[in-house]
Design a protein around this ligand. Structure first.
Ligand code: MP5
Length: 202
């Protein structure tokens, strides 16, 4: 499935302006323009690491609730998250960043929302939320050319394999519709918007 198909799915279309708010950010514009302050990049790196740790919990609980065979794509995603945490740790070490500092309240609110939802929402809704997390990130980063000092980071969420994974998540969502999933999909986008603002403003 292409990025265009991902961006044209009914969840995204029904989200309206929330999709734009959750996928466009001053932080990303500054990467594109080559004007991102190092401080903002390092804030993003540390907070996104904390976010991915929280997302790992969310995915693990979602796996436990999801019937086979739809579980398969989630288990593959969980393995990728483990590798991604290693990747973040290596980058943090290279830049001498401390990964034991406090989580920013905006990041914490997002992670708390995901983990609380994992315990309380039906798996169909959790699938739509995970799709929201991944589809918004790939959309945001894919708007940039994978070139310049941040090429590795842009490539991570815009490469073909990652887009394929997000497409598989969408197909899984489409196999399991649920009447209340749009509300939570929109809520994910609201948290994405706040997260991006935090990376830029501190
Ligand atoms: C993702 C992320 C994508 N890393 N950070 C935020 C704030 N939202 C979404 O998750 P993943 O696991 O890195 O693909």
């Amino acid at each position: 499935m292409s990025l265009q198909e991902i961006q044209a799915c009914s969840l995204v279309v029904a989200a309206g302006g929330r999709w734009r708010d959750g996928t466009q950010a001053e932080f990303l514009n500054a990467i594109r323009d080559g004007t991102l302050p190092q401080e903002a990049f390092q804030r993003w790196l540390v907070q996104d690491y904390y976010f991915v740790k929280g997302l790992t919990t969310f995915v693990a609980i979602t796996i436990a609730k999801t019937p086979r065979p739809s579980q398969k794509i989630l288990i593959a995603g969980l393995v990728a998250l483990d590798a991604e945490l290693d990747w973040f740790e290596q980058h943090a070490q290279q830049q001498s960043l401390d990964l034991t500092t406090a989580m920013h309240p905006i990041c914490k609110r997002y992670v708390d929302y995901l983990v609380a939802s994992a315990y309380t929402q039906p798996f169909e809704v959790l699938l739509a939320m995970l799709y929201g997390v991944e589809a918004s990130y790939t959309s945001g980063w894919s708007a940039l050319d994978a070139a310049g000092p941040y090429a590795e980071f842009i490539h991570r969420w815009s490469n073909e394999l990652f887009v394929d994974y997000v497409g598989e998540l969408l197909k899984t969502c489409n196999r399991h519709p649920h009447h209340s999933r749009q509300t939570q999909f929109n809520e994910v986008l609201r948290h994405e918007c706040n997260f991006w603002r935090m990376t830029w403003e501190g």
